[in-house]
Design a protein around this ligand. Sequence first.
Ligand SMILES: [Cu+2]
Length: 232
Amino acid sequence: MSRRRVVLTLPVAALFALTACSTESADSTVDVTGTDDACVIAQDIVDAGKVGFEFTNESSKVNELYVLKANGDTLGEVENVTTGTSRTLTVDLVAGDYLVRCKPGQTGDGFESPFTVTGDGGTAQAEPDREIAFEAVDFEYENLDLTGIADGDTIRFAMDNAGEQAHEFEVLDPDGEPIGEVAATNPGESGGATMTFTAPGVYTYQCILVDPATNEPHTELGMIGTFDVADG
Ligand SMILES: [Cu+2]
């Protein structure tokens, strides 16, 4: 409904580009609907490969969708999906157990539904060469050692939230494009994400969640920094 209205306002060229992009990049699609109290996936068995999650926000708040491994590691997300609109999140999945999570209001635990991927398709995420474990507190990352990362490395980041607010760990490449993130993790909980570095240069890590007391993003309160990725 409102999706159609939004699409019709786009120039024709943009419309074609969007259509081509969303149909060519996914091997299959599955609908996910976010409401004020649920995250509903239309099928609980999905074929392995590049899966386009067509997310429609039917909740009364701005929503976001995450695709997670069953262990909670983040594989992909879309944010800032306004009420009545749809966005597609494409994630390459091999056989295994996964979750979709919607977060109406973009805060708190959100709502989950499990699903299973079957078949031989998909490209398995590279096995991590090593793990970097650290803690998030209000408002910094502690024991975070980002030295010695080289182009071509695959690293699993494991974050324990020892603070009193939710925190995330997003990594941006030298062009400022996100390459992955440990999704927002509640106090006392742990999160993870595996990222592969495919170019040398200066990368940024950050938490852009907002502190309710000051209305400042955590980046402004200290949760941002850079690190070097060496030639591989
Ligand atoms: Cu934070």
